[in-house]
Design a protein around this ligand. Structure first.
Ligand SMILES: Nc1nc2c(ncn2[C@@H]2O[C@H](COP(=O)(O)OP(=O)(O)OP(=O)(O)O)[C@@H](O)[C@H]2O)c(=O)[nH]1
Ligand SMILES: [Mg+2]
Length: 437
């Protein structure tokens, strides 16, 4: 069983804390190039590979994509020069080992970005200096925040294309400061780094091209992130990403531990599948481990579960404290964009941990002032772009969601419809469904 692709093991360093890092931003702003460049500069990708990509990309009319190709492995991605699915890669800094999740910027693939962001402890937002703040810059920042990413670094990329102009950098920085402040990040505590990932400027060390810049280069800046806290005192919650059946081993679900601890021999429940089993073994990075803690991406073998019993979107928890299945829940939402208005009866898709479930707005309780949180209007008849509100939601089929106060990792969601993110929010109360064995 391989969870981490072969050949990537040597970037592991068990003695360093682990960080899941999402790289986000508008299409073509250079996210994949930045990740490829960081991996090259930290020694995770050797020079001859980049050189081979460079030659191949050039011969295919895709010159300058050699660093992006480190991340973009799919044929369609390389031909179109865009990222479609999220890709995981590892690299090391002196303080952390990172699993970086390179997110697609294309608007059609925001759902993949949401999956990437929901796995992340921190984010690097890449913004191209010539363009500045664009549509998916806003959407990604908003989603990152709502999905619980509290730490962010901003890389203002393609500085070569604006001749390393300090004035342009400051303009983009000002727009970004306003944007991130709106969603709750503190601009004064955020690093804004001028880079050129194509030229390799300010990636590992600061370069003379930007004599006016006094901060750290991108890679050293990553070490200013704070180690994510490990909520081991909470009950186990492991949302299933996939479930395999491996001959000779049995049923092997894979996923990331969000809270609590998974131990060998533990009795577990999968919800809403409502199936029970016992943990026979746990594996991470091809090695068997006695227990898994928050942040660990693991595969595990369960006794008593057949492959078809559980699927992506189910959540594994202790049998005596199983994940909560919502009959209805109360949520606080912010409407990011909606072509008309959200009214009672609207049933878009809710993306929460690994599940995607259609849910109905059954009551609009009150409209809030997005800044102060004060009630602006009781029982509004509709919600439109920019509104914050308390609403009552009913999933169209059983789904696990938790109160954000108790288990924030499972209490946040994004609402999608017609290929766009409509809203994001968090669950603040639950009417649980009684699950009868
Ligand atoms: N001039 C210049 N071009 C860059 C720089 N970084 C990336 N590019 C170019 O921008 C284009 C897009 O780069 P990608 O890294 O694929 O962008 P992306 O953000 O990953 O794009 P999506 O994944 O499709 O959203 C490529 O042609 C890159 O060579 C830079 O620092 N300077
Ligand atoms: Mg990309």
């Amino acid at each position: 069983m391989r969870i981490i692709p072969q050949g990537e093991e040597h970037y592991m360093a068990a003695d360093k804390p682990h960080m899941n890092l999402a790289v986000i931003g508008h299409i073509d702003h250079g996210k994949s190039t930045t990740v490829g460049r960081m991996m090259f500069e930290t020694g995770a990708v050797p020079a001859h590979i980049i050189e081979a990509y460079r030659k191949e990309a050039e011969s295919k009319g895709k010159a300058t994509f050699e660093f992006a190709w480190v991340m973009d492995n799919l044929k369609e991605e390389r031909e179109r020069g865009i990222t479609i699915d999220i890709a995981h890669k590892r690299f090391d800094t002196p303080k952390f080992y990172f699993t970086v999740v390179d997110c697609p910027g294309h608007r059609d693939f925001v759902k993949n970005m949401i999956t990437g962001a929901s796995q992340a402890d921190a984010a690097v937002l890449v913004v191209a200096a010539p363009d500045g703040v664009m549509e998916q810059t806003k959407e990604h920042v908003f989603l990152a925040r709502t999905l619980g990413i509290t730490q962010i670094i901003i890389a203002i990329n393609k500085m070569d294309a604006v001749k390393y102009d300090e004035k342009r950098f400051n303009e983009v920085k000002k727009d970004l400061s306003e944007l991130i402040k709106m969603v709750g990040y503190k601009p004064e505590e955020t690093l804004f780094i001028p880079i050129s990932s194509l030229q390799g400027i300010n990636i590992k060390t600061v370069s003379p091209e930007t004599p006016w810049y006094k901060g750290p280069a991108l890679v050293p800046a990553l070490d200013t992130f704070k180690e994510p806290s490990k909520p081991t005192d909470k009950p186990l919650r492991l949302p299933i990403q996939d479930c395999y059946s491996i001959s000779g081993i049995g049923t092997v679900p894979v996923g990331r531990v969000e809270t609590g601890v998974m131990k060998k021999g533990m009795k577990v429940s999968f919800m809403p599948a409502n199936k029970d089993g016992e943990i026979k073994s746990i594996e991470m990075h091809h090695e068997e481990i006695p227990q898994a803690v928050p942040g660990d991406n693991v595969g595990f073998n369960v006794r008593g579960i057949a492959k078809g019993d559980i699927r992506r979107g189910d959540v594994c928890g202790p049998a005596e404290q199983p994940p909560t299945v919502a009959d209805e829940f109360t949520a606080q939402v912010v409407v990011l964009q909606h072509p008309s208005a959200i009214t009672v009866g609207y049933t878009p898709v809710f993306h929460c941990h690994t599940t995607q479930t259609a849910c109905t707005f059954i009551e609009l309780k009150k409209k809030l002032d997005p800044r102060s949180g004060q009630t602006k209007e009781e029982n509004p008849t509709f919600l439109k772009t920019g509104d914050a509100a308390i609403v009552q939601i009913k999933p169209t089929k059983p789904m696990v969601i938790e109160n954000v106060k108790e288990l924030p990792q499972l209490g946040r969601f994004a609402v999608r419809d017609m290929g766009a993110t409509i809203a994001a929010g968090m669950c603040i109360a639950i009417q649980a469904k009684q699950m009868i064995k």
